[in-house]
Design a protein around this ligand. Structure first.
Ligand code: NAD
Length: 296
């Protein structure tokens, strides 16, 4: 049993912390929301009124916060947890943030004798609840090996992507590709529909042909082609357009920093930002399908 501090108990962090409790760890929690903390206290966690107090007691700190600015403030601000964490503590940041912030936090912690991995996730809220997340980890071999058993309590696939920041780069590469596949699949399906094809038949054909991809296999964006996917439930649940737009912004920042050419990613970022701005931000990202629909 390890004393773990978990900071950020939202849609993802709440169920992830619950899985650490189920694995038998002693979990200390902090969130700005008292309700979020109470839900974990009911499952056996100890709540704290201050992030620093929470982190001071831990051998391992996990953060699951909205964006890079929250992560930097949580660790490195004047009242940041870096000032109360014990030397030797391992910090695991599973938030999706920019590589530069991950590298900055890692260096600051390292300078004080602490360890850090960036470990963003794929798998969404359902994967967080089921303990089947994929983790993409950036850090040294020793840091990765130390973090792995804790990540295994919350996920199924644990990948060592490289040094500090590499987990964040892997995450944005994957989500940029996913957004392109989703937009392209939606575009192809609507082209077929506009030419009197049945989207179920077209999906079957493309699944057995060279257009086959993850979205056709598991996440068809056209309503009523597949059961149990957001498109057949008015695009509720799943992975929000707002979060995809955020990740595509991070991918574009990453491309600028590394002077990479990403024309498809740039187009996809624009499509998803436009879609979010048109009031679809809280819908699942497969709702991009609606953008291609012809008006009756
Ligand atoms: P969320 O908004 O549901 O939760 C964030 C939590 O952090 C909230 O409970 C909020 O009160 C808390 N918080 C904010 N600032 C804080 C601070 N300074 N101290 C303590 N708590 C603070 O977000 P989420 O959906 O859980 O996402 C968390 C991270 O995971 C994001 O970086 C997101 O991009 C990433 N992510 C989300 C999903 C998803 O499907 N929701 C999937 C993969 C990755």
């Amino acid at each position: 049993m390890t004393a773990i501090a978990f900071i950020g108990l939202g849609n993802m962090g709440g169920p992830m912390a619950a899985n650490l409790l189920k694995a038998g760890h002693q979990v200390h929690v902090f969130d700005l929301s008292a309700d979020a903390m109470n839900a974990l206290v009911e499952q056996g966690a100890t709540a704290h009124q201050d992030a620093g107090d929470c982190a001071a007691l831990a051998e391992v700190v996990v953060t699951m916060l909205p964006a890079g600015k929250h992560v930097e403030t949580c660790y490195l601000s004047e009242n940041g947890i870096i000032n109360s964490m014990q030397a030797g503590t391992l910090a695991i940041d599973s938030s999706t943030i920019d590589k530069a912030t991950a590298v900055k936090v890692a260096a600051a912690l390292q300078a004080k004798g602490m360890e850090f991995v960036d470990a963003p996730v794929s798998g969404g809220v359902a994967g967080a609840a089921a303990g089947t997340l994929s983790f993409m980890v950036g850090g040294s071999d020793a840091e990765f090996n130390r973090a792995k058993p804790f990540l295994e309590a919350m996920g199924k696939n644990i990948f060592h992507a490289g040094g500090h920041g590499a987990g964040q780069v892997a995450k944005v590469c994957n989500n940029m590709l996913l957004s392109i596949l989703m937009a392209g699949t939606a575009e192809a399906l609507q082209l077929g529909i506009n030419n009197d094809l049945d989207p179920k038949v077209l999906s079957e054909i493309m699944l057995k042909s060279s257009g086959r991809n993850w979205t056709l296999e598991l996440y068809n964006p056209c309503p009523d082609v597949m059961d149990n996917v957001p498109s057949s439930n008015e695009y509720q649940g799943g992975f929000m357009v707002d979060l995809m737009a955020k990740d595509l912004g991070l991918a574009m920042d990453c491309a600028v920093q590394s002077q990479s050419t990403t024309p498809m990613g740039a187009l996809s970022r624009n499509l998803f930002s436009l879609h979010a701005g048109q009031g679809n931000g809280k819908l699942d990202f497969s709702s991009i399908f609606k953008m291609y629909a012809k008006e009756d």
